[in-house]
Design a protein around this ligand. Sequence first.
Ligand code: ADP
Ligand code: MG
Length: 257
Amino acid sequence: MNTASNAVAARPLADEVIITLDHVDKYYGDFHVLRDVNLAVRSGERIVICGPSGSGKSTMIRCINQLEHHQKGRIVVDGVEVGHGHKSLDTVRREVGMVFQSFNLFPHLTVLQNCTLAPMKVRGMAAAEAREIAMKYLARVRIPDQANKYPGQLSGGQQQRVAIARALCMNPKVMLFDEPTSALDPEMVKEVLDTMIALAEDGMTMLCVTHEMGFARQVADRVIFMDKGEIIEQDAPEAFFANPRSERTRAFLGQIL
Ligand code: ADP
Ligand code: MG
């Protein structure tokens, strides 16, 4: 079953670190949601994060791109410490692409307009160039023919591929995925995973929250297991799945595999 495992991951990693979390703690009121989280994502690295519902996976991703704010420790993205005014927000908007479970496309804009908006607004790109780039990425996710439709006219799998294309139009240095296939009907999961695998093959740095363990085996350099706000363990996929060290990881994998 697993003969082609990690075919995509077999290559050397750069030394450059693109995202650092250094002793990060976050609270929602009194609730301690992230507990001393430490993580360094190297350029070109592909990390899969898994763990039970409520373990803080989304919160961690959302702290990296500043949709949430941590209270203790440091988060550094592309050399800029996050949470310190406009410069870090600009850095995150430019360099970090984000794909959510619920697509989050603008319903009143066409697929093409969804893809050209941020490059024009944030990067100051001319409309013609933004359109050209958008069409290139819509072709990459294999839906150039949907460019002039509205999101509501597309299937869930198509909408999620638009969301990926939209993020790529900003030419990000790293892509964050938060359960990108969880809201999809089963027959559409593969088309989105195939798009993500193609991205991995292109060398994109990726931090993916997902429970698609076949994807993890195929593309991840590292699998991280979180529980109750902590990183419990992490390892290369072969070792992670063959020999989970913690009882909590074993219990979790027993439930989902
Ligand atoms: P996961 O993505 O691993 O399922 P989340 O990061 O979404 O976990 O949530 C972690 C915990 O924080 C959960 O107990 C959740 O209920 C809580 N939580 C998430 N967002 C908020 C919020 N905005 N305010 C208060 N509690 C929250
Ligand atoms: Mg979540």
